[in-house]
Design a protein around this ligand. Sequence first.
Ligand SMILES: *Cc1c(COP(=O)(O)O)cnc(C)c1O
Length: 804
Amino acid sequence: MTTSPQPSNAEIDALIVDALNHRVGKDERAAKPHDWYTATVYALRDKVIDRWMESTRRTYAEGGKRVYYLSLEFLIGRLLRDAVSNLDLNGALERALRSHGFELSQLEELEPDAALGNGGLGRLAACFMESLASLDIPAYGYGIRYVNGMFRQRIDDGWQVELPETWLSHGNPWEFDRRESAYRVGFGGEVVSDGDAVRWEPAEMVEASAVDTPVVGWRGKRVNTLRLWTAHALDPIKLDAFNAGDHVGALEGEARAASLVRVLYPADSHQAGQELRLRQEYFFSAASIQDILRRHMQHNGNIRTLPDKAAIQLNDTHPAVAVAELVRLLVDHHGLEFDEALDITRRTVAYTNHTLLPEALESWPLPLFERLLPRHMQIIYAINSRVLREARKQGVNDAAIAAISLIDEGGERRVRMANLAFTGANSVNGVAALHTDLMKQTVFHDLHRLYPKKINNKTNGVTPRRWLMQCNPGLTSVIRDAIGNAFLDDTEELSALNALAGDAELGERIAEVKRSNKVALAAHIKDLTGVRVSPDALFDVQIKRIHEYKRQLLNLIETVALYDQIRSHPERDWVPRVKIFAGKAAPSYHNAKLIIKLANDIARRVNSDPSVAGLLKVVFVPNYNVTLAERIIPAADLSEQISTAGMEASGTGNMKFALNGALTIGTLDGANIEIKDRVGDENIVIFGMTADEVAEKRANGYAPREVIEGSPELHQAVEAIASGVFSPDDEDRYKDLMGGLYDSDWFMVAADFEAYASAQREVDARWQDTAGWRKAAIHNIANVGWFSSDRTIGEYARDIWKVL
Ligand SMILES: *Cc1c(COP(=O)(O)O)cnc(C)c1O
């Protein structure tokens, strides 16, 4: 297991006090809790740094291949508990802090939640970084050090209000400034040819400089680096302008550089079309590729061996311009012929697709791309001409040629980033089996026929350290007592629980843990929203980005229907439920923000109605982030995974819930299908149309009005919302939202309503069979070990990166 000896309590204590005195600059009497938090991180960091250096030395000595994970998002969350737990310092640290009157858990609450991502895609990158270190794979994550990450969400009178996230305002003790690792990144200007050679002369230049965060693997096996780029002006102050009194002009360069790393675009599953976004994409891609090539040349000295020493994974198309940047540097700086440069690039780069939604597929207007990156535009044309020549040679028809082209010629010409990533990569993977199949049938239909071996599947996973051991210590301890410790190192060992699923005593112990997690969550909900909920009710949870395809609206309409049913049939034996919602809407996404308001309007009415008291509560918990997910998931009984089939690429929330013993109510979408295959049909509640049925209904003309008017429960609920029953202060508030259901209902809310409502009544029946529910919960925990990101990373490492 761990190699170096564990430090004693006294040693940890001395490290903390020394850090408090000499790095924070406080003595023990003057120190505030925040000072103790900072000192604790510094003390821990010292332990991390030893292993970090050891990992780096070992990588150099072994001279093996490194993995580079390029992602515009890393949804990291807090790091203190992660580091403490992975270094196995819980006990020592707790004792040391107690001697100064602090609980570790209390200091943990002082750490800001690092939210450099929107949702699933960014969280996947963070889970992958942890698994790479845990599997002892030498790897670097590359991204942007946003000064303002994902916005903080406040709920004002039921509406989402976005506030800037200032996670760096008290400094960040986890990070290391590496001013010596700095690169120039250009924009604009022109391409000049001198003789055979071509030179790009950018009009603007900024400096990217590295800020490193150590990533500790399980049992401290390896510490890898998350390298986030920050930006500086090369000429921070134009002194001549300053002296001439032009103070704004003098600082313009610094302001422009700062804007590159100022804020994360808060759009999830939607392309952010502004020029600044393309600048961010190029800025971090160019710095990362330069860093990779610098390291390669320093250690290997031969540019041609790059594919043997580096595997570059693109997390979605946000870093797709890295393909053109790598070709550019190989041709313009290393003097390779274009075809050899493209071949080396393709053997080095792989691409992960995350969505099939047309509105999320990135493309840039050609004139903008050409103005900002004129040399890259030439390279993209050159790649395109080779790809299209190859396609024509194979007899591909004109319609398919148009689909394969890196340039969208329909209307305003645009550069297609997915086609660039696809043609520049040796591997193109989807993130769940269904998603990968649909990729072959839809977005990449013609590219797949041209390159039939590129597309492969890598079903997502989540790190069991954060999403079981750290967030749910109670459950972890019960499982250890039941089946021993093997699952701590291999989550698939959880399957030993299957044999004990009928054990009433184990069922009882797990239920006790769940109840105490629910008590804690109920207190938190009271603090945040003022709503009192009973831990004895069924906690029915839908927490994720607010998006129409995720269908929070289906859940809310069913909630209204249930509310009506309880009031009409008070004599029935209703299962007490708490409907818990959380999630952020993109600030410009009108319907998503309206859905948040609707959840809050329904909550206000339902929670104050004495006729359903004790039977139904609705809460919208503000500011969904990793830290909140870590509180809610261990307390969930029911996991809502109800996207329109074919639209959720994978989902990872679904995996976290099942691992913590919640049952899923879900559609046959994304990884839900694979969860069902593993936990068994009798331990999950599946409803609704399949992806094929959705496609067929859309193709053959779907009449939602008939469906709504044909379903009394649905009709009554939709009409109640539309007519202002939940919005007496503004009766028309939801008229258009409900009107959209009658008119088109793209997301098939009406079409799936009856199936969903009856699936919910099936959930009620199962809940009333306490023993049956407990058994099903155990089968869920036992059979989702496969969804560990260790398994996913193992597959990437063997099949794509060839490093295991
Ligand atoms: C896991 C996670 C997600 C992804 O959830 P889905 O339900 O798969 O969309 C998003 N945000 C946070 C904070 C998460 O922890």
